[in-house]
Design a protein around this ligand. Structure first.
Ligand SMILES: Nc1ncnc2c1ncn2[C@@H]1O[C@H](COP(=O)(O)OP(=O)(O)OP(=O)(O)O)[C@@H](O)[C@H]1O
Ligand SMILES: [Mg+2]
Length: 503
């Protein structure tokens, strides 16, 4: 069974800074420790070698070529191992004709009346052999003597008293070195622990301003900036926006950016408001001349019907077109005006509105307008279908949805208007089994002026399609705090409008 490990996230800046600092300190400590140990080691070796030289001189006497008599020596050739200047466990071997004839080590069997008493004890065969193996070049060599004696510095020497191998123990030197290494390691470890604790605290304190800058950016990122009046007054605090520090530079840059964004959003909002106002004013102004055009066209038709004026068929056709186009244009202007007003946040006139009669009325109007379709109504039983809403606007929503189901489907299509309840909402659905909304149009069907094949709309005898119907459905629903969704495949198109039951 495979275990899937989660990929490790990147290290935080704090961790990286502390680890780098601690790593650097560790390297520095390692270098200092190594150099100190090497220097101390060679100093100790020099001292031991000097001591060894002293013991060698005393053992062998002056060089064989030196003039004068041999100075007074010890009782036995190997007496020097317990002589003055020879440390405890000094070893010595007498070499005659290149062969070691006897070898001794100084031992301390107990305290005598004048202090510790040293004794020369003979070395065993293995120890003697190890001692004899030392190169006889007069230089000090390190050799390990068996039988618990340990490492030694051993030197071959020859003098007026004969040839000798002398050795002094390295145990003390090795003890000093290992004590030094232990002390270095403990001090380094304690230093590293202290440095990482102090480093963590220091870095945390140093990064605190950066966290405040990030907090400001996070607050701004949560603001709804995409539309409407935006109050963008979040700024990085002055203390964190001082360009003399690195964090301050980031803070200052963010503040500059926020100033820019604020003024850009302000400019966008002002231009949007201007455009909306312009559309609202223009639509409003267009209503009167359009009403006049319609009025005059109707007047001419009325005069003709009364027989006071006679027109040819072309003029009559032209007058009919003027009338129908002005009706269409009035509808368009009304739609534009309504959208502009909803955009400007003009309040709706909320009152307790019963949706059931609204749906019944709208469906019976649609049935009258589209007798070729099958109209069905599904209402809940004795449910409460009242919502706080602007009745006239909701009526328009239903009219638009039912008009779509009528004009964008062929005769014979079944259209069902449904009313039911959902938690906290009343839901109105309009479903038809027509050809469905073209898939390429579906994602943008609620956009303004989004419509299917315009020529098809005209051909099917509708009064021309503008593509504002569903935009109004959405704007009105959103203004009520609700939402509208569409689900469309060939054979089933379902619009559902949800209106909250409370405000
Ligand atoms: N029930 C439906 N069946 C098939 N297509 C639809 C249906 N409802 C909407 N559409 C498609 O969505 C487009 C947009 O509809 P919308 O109501 O916004 O505009 P319109 O009906 O074309 O014009 P308007 O409603 O302003 O007169 C329509 O042109 C049509 O192609
Ligand atoms: Mg429509």
């Amino acid at each position: 069974m495979g275990v899937r490990l989660r990929p490790r996230g990147p290290w935080s800046l704090r961790t990286r800074l502390v680890l780098s600092a601690v790593g650097l300190i560790a390297v520095v400590c390692a270098v200092i420790g190594t150099v100190t140990t090497i220097a101390f080691r060679s100093y100790l070796y020099e001292q031991v070698d000097e001591q060894l030289l002293g013991v060698s001189h005393r053992a062998a006497g002056p060089p064989p070529t030196a003039p004068g008599p041999v100075p007074g020596g010890f009782d036995t050739p190997l007496g020097f191992v317990i002589g003055p200047g020879a440390p405890l466990r000094t070893v010595g071997a007498l070499v005659v004709d290149g062969e070691v004839t006897s070898a001794s080590v100084s031992a301390q069997p107990g305290d005598g009346p004048y202090g510790p008493r040293y004794l020369a004890q003979p070395l065993d065969a293995a120890q003697t052999a190890a001692l004899a193996s030392v190169p006889r070049d007069g230089d000090p060599h390190t050799v390990a003597l068996p039988g618990g004696l340990g490492d030694y510095r051993v030197q071959y020497t020859s003098g007026k008293r004969g040839d000798f191998l002398t050795g002094v123990p390295l145990a003390e030197l090795q003890n000093s070195l290992s004590t030094l290494v232990v002390v270095e390691l403990s001090v380094t470890a304690a230093g590293l622990v202290a440095a990482s604790l102090a480093g963590t605290v220091l870095v945390r304190v140093a990064l605190r301003p950066l966290r405040r800058v990030a907090a400001t950016a996070a607050q701004v990122s949560r603001l709804p900036l995409h539309s409407g009046e935006v109050a963008l007054d979040h700024r990085v605090p002055e203390a964190e926006a001082d360009p003399r520090t690195e964090v301050g530079q980031v803070g200052a840059a963010i503040n500059h950016m926020l100033d820019h964004v604020h003024s850009a959003l302000d400019a966008r909002q002002r231009s949007e408001t201007r455009v909306r106002q312009f559309v609202a004013d223009a639509s409003h102004e267009l209503r009167t001349p359009l009403a006049s055009i319609r009025g005059y066209a109707e007047l001419i038709r009325w005069a003709e019907e009364r027989g006071s004026e006679e027109h040819g068929p072309d003029t009559r056709h032209a007058l009919g077109r003027i009338e129908s186009e002005s009706v269409r244009m009035t509808g368009l202007v009304e739609d534009l005006l309504l959208l502009a007003r909803l955009d400007n946040g003009r309040p709706l006139s909320y009152e307790s509105t019963d949706l059931a009669p609204l749906v019944v009325d709208a469906v019976s109007d649609a049935r009258a307008a589209g007798p070729g379709h099958h109209w069905r109504l599904e209402l809940p039983g004795p449910a409460d279908t009242k919502v706080p809403a602007d009745g006239a606007r909701l009526h328009q929503v239903l009219v638009n949805l039912l008009a779509n189901a009528r004009t964008h489907t062929p005769p014979g299509t079944t259209v069902t208007a449904r009313l039911h309840e959902a938690p906290g909402h009343a839901v109105v659905e309009v479903e038809d089994d027509g050809p469905g909304i073209p898939p390429e149009l579906l994602p943008s069907v609620f956009e303004r002026f989004a419509r299917g094949d315009a020529s098809r709309s005209r051909a099917d005898g509708s009064a021309g399609s503008t593509g504002l119907g569903l935009a109004i459905v959405r704007a009105v629903t959103l203004a009520h705090g609700g939402d509208v969704t569409v689900d469309s495949v060939p054979g089933r198109t379902l619009f559902s409008v949800r209106i909250p039951r409370t405000r």
